[in-house]
Design a protein around this ligand. Sequence first.
Ligand code: GLC
Length: 456
Amino acid sequence: MSEGTSRRKYLQLLATGAGWAAAGAAAPRQEPKERKGDEKRGANKPQLESPPDHEHRMRWWREAKFGMFIHWGLYSILGRGEWVMAVEDIPVREYEPLAKQFKPRPGAAREWARLARDAGMKYMVMTTKHHEGFCLFDTKTTDYCATKQAPGRDLVGEYVNAVRAEGLRVGFYFSLMDWHHPDGMKCKTDAAGRRRFIDYVHTQVRELMTNYGKIDVLWYDMAYPLNAEGWQSKELNEMVFRLQPDIIINNRSGIPGDFTTPEQHIQASKGDWESCMTLNDNWGYAPADENWKPPKTVITNLIRCTQDGGNYLLNIGPMADGSVPDPGIRILKSVGQWMQRNGSAIYGAQKSWVNIAEGALFTRRDGMIYTHIHSWPGTTLTIGGIDKKPKGAKLMVSGQEVAVEHKGTQLIFSSLPNKPPDDPVTVIAAEFESAPVQNSLATRIIYAVLGGGPES
Ligand code: GLC
């Protein structure tokens, strides 16, 4: 604590959770955040002014929870990640000829879409153009695009058809930064170059928003080297909304969007958010990278995002021909099997106000609390600080009743089997009259840190 920080101020800090890392302790439970009145206070206010129907447009996405990210482009030929052009400093003239070698199998997108659907994912977001500048769509702005190079096909069109055929929502990733366009970097310092480049980018976004029917998500990336003013991001989004009134847009063009995008980590924030993550350590295909996340990690990440009120966008990096690396297929299949048994604890779940337990995470739908046990405790699991008694509880995997009691503030599941009945995470659904709130630890930690009781 810095000198002069009053005890009251410190308590206020603790109450926001900000001081807990310093105190070496888990943040105490706070009052539930999403309650009536929050909208008036602006906690969940639409971040875009126009069009104003953020709540309406976000509805399907909040239900969906789980999406597939696809990083695919010329870099997939080299197999050293999607930043290879920059990392290895490959000159444009040496990189460009890759466009003559890119010959994906027809039907690859349909395989991804099936894989996504079977994994329990509800939407997909594919790189229509990554930082390398190669357009997977047909465009009038450049010859450096799939239709005019080796593929000879509109790969974005094929992707859109495949995603729709599997009943999923369609998302487009689009990199603002462009390492191929001659003005892509010059635009930072050269006004004429900036005008040309902005026209190029805005035209491409217009093409993407015009030529493929209804698009559900626009996922910008990399506002470098300009700022929102330089990109004319506000005008860009206004154009997008005129063409696609129901679309949702992320926040990576330098202005707030419909949702925020924590990358490679899970971090709850105000408003809607989506954690995007890789399956190994790379977004683009990288066969040397064998650091695959086990299905259990993917599943617990999805549960944690859901618990904290966000979505999970999980990436695959297909090979140049479109094939998904085998480990990725195996992981997603196994996630899908778990989702078949437990998906109802994920889809449409709201942020859970119960979220502290050893070895378990939580999701919630109204008064139904799903306890996702990832480290099996044996026959008894105790959850502290729960303010009300449940009506009953069941194992999701079998429908079998679970003995549950409410003792003081403890919720105790007992007579559980010795071994976990589901794999890799077992879910118990407990029904309450209304959503319970958890308030464990707070009093004890304040006592421990300050050596006294909480101030009034
Ligand atoms: C970063 C990387 C990019 C990747 C993206 C995904 O911005 O530059 O390669 O596409 O994250 O979130």
